[in-house]
Write a protein that binds this ligand. Structure first.
Ligand code: EPZ
Length: 419
């Protein structure tokens, strides 16, 4: 099992290229199941999650080729059952259900387990499939979804925690080949949903309103192959903006979509840091004096839950008191105990972290628990005094493309060791 050894040292400086979005790549790769024809997807990040999905596509019968960031997929003949041993590794595998149901009128996918950020139900996905006329049952840990035909319907996609990103993706893909028109109310409005809808429309789908809470899908008879370039990863970009605010003198991000990051840049500016955008580049400089802030995670365009841990790491070293409230995955604070081991002063009250800024944190052996928590530990380690050892680094490799190399290019002192 690999670990990272980080020595807190001088400031980060320079330029970093942001990769394509993991959370956009996953549903778009799943959408290639909707056609027999070849699809070419560019800027697919080389991370474990996208590679797991490519393995699942191959196991379903797809021909898959990856040449660095470009993936070519052809799903000429496919089967309806996704293998448990692959699906259990990644909850987002659930996004193959909609395309399989749409193309084969049957999908058999193991129920995703929970994960450290909280239980990960799929009831809203299944409710959407049933509204389109599918029959859903759970048997032997698998969800079995079948339909003699899929007929458009009006569907409310909201749950007790608001909208669902992959649920919106799944039902949109299931509706793409349904008879008639489907209206999704309370749809997720994330940029990754828009990217998927754009790809589906390039394949011949007729989808309107993606990016708003009301998406209209006019079913078509079939979809054809298409080419698509995935949008930049807004969470990777946000992570590097926080890194620059915490430990930089001047860090410039290239290949970004600044308009996807306004909630993050607003908080950094509010704290006294400078973020200057110019076209697809964003330059961050730490403020000479900074103050804390209060953040509450919300669906897009609110503050993203996937940036909560990273911003909390910044608050640990920001004078004053900051408050972090998590409303989407209330348990998403596994990293707090680890930051505390490094000298952070954080009090938990339910799904709220009260952060008292400290002068300095110190390196320590810490344990990564999930993707974004690992990023928070990495950022804290770069700024901490002394050496930090981050174990279970596979968590960070799930969603950040060569993040240690990118940080080393900015001046960080990081070694990757086989433990
Ligand atoms: C997507 O997960 C992202 N993953 C997550 O990023 C992200 O944190 C999340 O959206 C929220 O923005 C991908 O896109 C691959 P949800 P998703 O369905 O779609 C509840 C990362 O770090 N819910 O929008 O699975 C759910 O429990 C990952 O890159 C139901 O109740 O999240 C949560 O409280 C982590 N029933 C809320 O909705 C359902 O059927 C939002 O979840 C589905 C979800």
């Amino acid at each position: 099992m690999e670990k990272l050894i980080i020595r807190g040292n001088g400031p980060l400086n320079g330029r970093v290229n942001i990769s394509g979005s993991k959370n956009s790549s996953l549903p778009i790769l799943a959408a290639t199941l909707l056609t027999k024809e070849e699809c070419v997807i560019r800027r697919v990040p080389d991370v474990s999650d996208t590679n797991y999905l490519l393995q699942i596509l191959r196991s379903l019968g797809a021909e898959v080729e990856r040449a660095s960031g470009t993936v070519t997929v052809k799903c000429e003949t496919i089967k309806s059952e996704a293998p448990y041993d692959l699906v259990r590794k990644m909850r987002a595998s659930v996004c193959v259900m909609g395309p399989l149901l749409s193309r084969l009128h049957e999908a058999i996918v193991s129920l995703p387990g929970g994960c450290v950020i909280g239980d990960r139900p799929v009831d809203l996905h299944l409710r959407g499939f049933e509204a389109l006329g599918a029959n859903v049952r759970v048997e032997g840990g698998n969800v079995i979804v079948k339909a003699s035909e899929l007929v458009g319907s009006e569907i409310n996609m909201r749950g007790k925690h608001g909208s669902t990103v992959l649920g919106t993706d799944n039902v949109m893909m299931a509706a793409a080949l349904a008879k008639g028109t489907t209206i999704l109310e309370g749809a997720a409005t994330e940029p990754e949903v828009v990217d998927l809808a754009n790809f589906l429309n390039n394949m011949g789908a007729r989808i309107e309103g993606a990016g708003t809470p009301r998406i209209v899908i006019h079913g078509v008879d079939e979809l054809h192959g298409a080419e698509h370039t995935v949008i930049p990863d807004r969470i990777e970009a946000g992570t590097f903006l926080v890194a620059g605010a915490m430990a930089g003198t001047e860090v410039t991000l290239r290949r970004t979509r600044p308009d996807h990051l306004t909630a993050v840049t607003d908080v950094l500016t509010q704290c006294g840091h400078s973020v200057v955008t110019k076209g697809d580049t964003m330059t961050v400089r730490p403020g000479s004096t900074s103050t804390g802030a209060d953040i509450k995670t919300e669906a897009y365009p609110g503050f993203p839950t996937d940036m909560q841990a990273q911003m909390c790491a910044l608050f640990c070293l920001t004078p004053g008191i900051s408050v972090v409230t998590e409303t989407i995955f209330p348990q998403r604070f596994m990293y707090v105990a680890e930051l505390t081991r490094m000298g952070a002063n954080i009090q938990m009250e339910g799904a709220t972290a009260i952060v008292h800024g400290v002068e300095q944190m110190s390196g320590a052996p810490v344990m990564a628990s999930d993707l974004r928590a690992s990023a928070a530990l990495l950022l804290a380690a770069i700024k901490a005094d002394g050496v930090t050892e981050i174990n279970r680094v596979y968590h960070i490799d799930r969603g950040y493309e060569h993040i240690d190399d990118k940080l080393i290019d900015l001046g960080a002192d990081i070694q990757r060791l086989n433990a």
